[in-house]
Design a protein around this ligand. Structure first.
Ligand code: XIL
Length: 583
């Protein structure tokens, strides 16, 4: 009995260890999951526990707003924000800044004072420089300007725009604010943030056109924040997806900045199970639509517990808008966020697939060692494969797989955003292959890549694909400036992308016993533009099938110095920027 209990205790410990929090899940997605925070609650243990355990980003719900941080014309009040930023650092949470330029929550000295536009401009410049400058390197992103547009797409009249404004017309004041912010902290990401602009409509069109104009003219903007204060009837998912697509296609990030979903509540503040289920689905959809885009980089809720939410006083009769209830119990919305983080498909692109030696990405060849950059779901920690009991590299590593026409490729390493594999030899003869990436059994939509018989790439010493090639001399010493190759020497060049071999390569097998696979296609080498004799071209001892060793004699015609080293296999050439040092 006692033994069984101990076993049970162990099992539940194991369950605890594997239970993934939202921040764990977000880390496998390469996104931030954040919440708006009121520093006065940080010493409440349940608030602190939930916030630091579940989130890896925070922002100030109010503490960074003008009236809070700049209460007198010459007075700044940083204590609350300092506490928040320190809390974020202590808990490895990224800090978002909200907000520098807004029509609301400005101090009376500013709204009621009489200032000329030039004075107002100086006040705003000082504000931005002081606040952004103080937290430079600690606040990674700022909502520089908040809510500048009306629902009809016209610019809102505010103290900053034209009532009386800072002396600039149109979006000029927005541009100026971004420029000041950039110069105060060149590292911070600068966002424009707004509501009712998530899907289609005049307002989201106006924001899109402003960002397009800013990008065209080099105005420093890095992203658009979509607030997402929903009731139970959000914009259609299709329109939100289209809007995120057109924004990220401009090269800016999108972040969901103020997500909450208000539902009807009774006098005691309770919502029906049915509306909480509807709410959960909306949370799930919003996380899911963000995860369709590599450029959607954070999801932040406006608060996290119904105990503290801005909704009930502002939208009477509604509330219960957040993922935790007032007693810090996770609601269906919490599970919906977790499920969406776990189950939304990863995104990959054909352009992200490259030769692991040269980074050429126009096509893949059978047996080519490749790297796929950019998958949006993967292990937070790097895993490097070792051969299994069958002597082959595994086709699954840290829950990652990469499939070519349905065939799982042997893997070399995997980490979120980068996986390296060997193209299965059986793609030979195909003109294209469907590539699918999988993590935790969730598969990407397939992308089509071209298949070519050969795609030679020469490994380089610093893995950059350029400069000194990975070449050994006859006694296995690396060729370098201090050990240059001599004319007449035989050197060993390491490459991949030779295509089909004879005998045929077995996927993932190490070359340990002769005969090593020889490329079926012809292999030739030029050094410094001179043809050199190839004395051996086949698998390399101890390396995986698909890695190629080429022994070549440095021709007597080759000149001294760093000379281009080019490998031709079949009809394809290696990169032109790999070099070998000749004496
Ligand atoms: C809200 C806060 O949550 C409230 O506590 C405060 O009284 C008013 O402002 N859009 C924004 C946020 O950009 O700053 C607002 O925050 C909610 C709407």
């Amino acid at each position: 009995m006692r033994k069984r209990l101990r076993l049970l205790a162990l099992l539940s410990l194991a369950a605890l260890a594997t239970a993934q929090t939202l921040r764990d899940l977000a880390a496998e997605r390469g996104i931030r999951i954040g919440a708006a925070v009121d520093p006065s609650h940080l010493n409440e243990s349940q608030y602190d526990y939930t916030l630091s355990r579940e989130f890896n980003q925070l922002t100030a719900e109010n503490a960074m707003k003008f009236e809070a941080i700049h209460p007198g014309i010459r007075t700044y009040s940083f204590n609350d924000v300092d506490a928040l930023v320190t809390y974020g650092e202590k808990n490895q949470m990224a800090v978002r800044g909200h907000t520098l330029v807004w029509q609301n929550q400005n101090p009376a000295w500013l709204t009621e004072g009489t200032f000329t536009p030039a004075e107002r401009s100086a006040i705003l410049e000082d504000h931005i420089r002081t606040v952004v400058g103080r937290y430079a390197g600690r606040v990674y992103a700022w909502d520089v300007v908040n809510e500048a547009f009306l629902d009809d797409g016209k610019l809102r009249s505010t103290l900053w725009s034209d009532a009386p404004g800072i002396g600039l017309t149109g979006t000029g004041y927005i541009e100026q604010a971004f420029r000041w912010a950039r110069s105060a902290d060149p590292r911070a990401l600068l966002f424009y943030n707004d509501y009712n602009a998530e899907g289609s409509g005049a307002k989201s069109d106006a924001i899109f056109h402003m960002v397009e104009d800013f990008k065209k003219r080099g105005v420093p903007i890095d992203g658009v924040g979509l607030q997402m204060h929903w009731s139970t009837s959000p914009s259609t998912l299709a329109s939100i997806e289209a809007n995120i697509r057109r924004l990220t296609d401009l090269g800016v990030q999108v972040q969901i900045t103020e997500l909450d979903v208000r539902v009807p509540i009774d006098a005691a503040g309770n919502a029906t199970a049915e509306s909480l289920a509807t709410q959960a689905q909306i949370y799930r959809d919003m996380v899911g639509v963000c995860l369709k885009f590599a450029g959607c980089t954070a999801i932040q809720t406006w608060g996290f517990t119904d105990k503290y939410s801005w909704i009930p006083p502002v939208f009477p009769g509604t509330g219960a808008a957040l993922p935790w209830d007032a007693a810090y119990n996770a609601k269906p919305a919490y599970n919906a966020i977790a499920t969406a983080l776990r189950q939304s498909p990863p995104v990959i692109t054909a352009a992200g697939l490259a030769n692991a030696a040269s980074y050429a990405s126009r096509a893949v060849a059978p047996g080519e060692i490749i790297v796929l950059f950019g998958p949006t779901y993967g292990p937070a920690a790097l895993a490097v494969s070792t051969p299994g009991a069958d002597g082959k590299l595994p086709t699954k590593l840290s829950d990652t797989r990469l499939l070519f026409d349905g065939m799982a490729a042997p893997l070399i390493y995997t980490v979120l955003g980068q996986v390296s594999a060997i193209v299965p030899f059986a793609v030979a003869g195909h003109t294209t292959a469907q590539v699918e990436y999988e993590y935790r059994d969730i598969r990407s939509t397939p992308v089509t890549v071209n298949v070519t018989p050969t795609m030679p790439g020469i490994f380089t010493l610093d893995s950059s694909g350029r400069g000194a090639a990975a070449v050994l001399d006859a006694s296995y010493r690396v060729i370098s400036n201090s050990n240059p190759a001599a004319r007449g020497d035989t050197v060993l060049v390491f490459a991949t992308g030779a295509g089909v071999t004879d005998p045929a390569g077995a996927d993932g097998a190490l070359s340990l016993t002769a005969p090593f696979g020889k490329p079926v296609a012809a292999v030739s080498v030029q050094i410094g533009g001179e043809d050199c004799t190839v004395t051996y071209a086949a698998g390399a001892y101890g390396l995986v099938a698909g890695a190629l060793q080429v022994n070549v004699e440095v021709s007597s015609k080759v000149r001294s110095g760093d000379q281009p080293l080019v490998l031709r296999i079949g009809n394809e050439y290696s990169q032109s920027v790999a070099t070998i040092r000749v004496k």
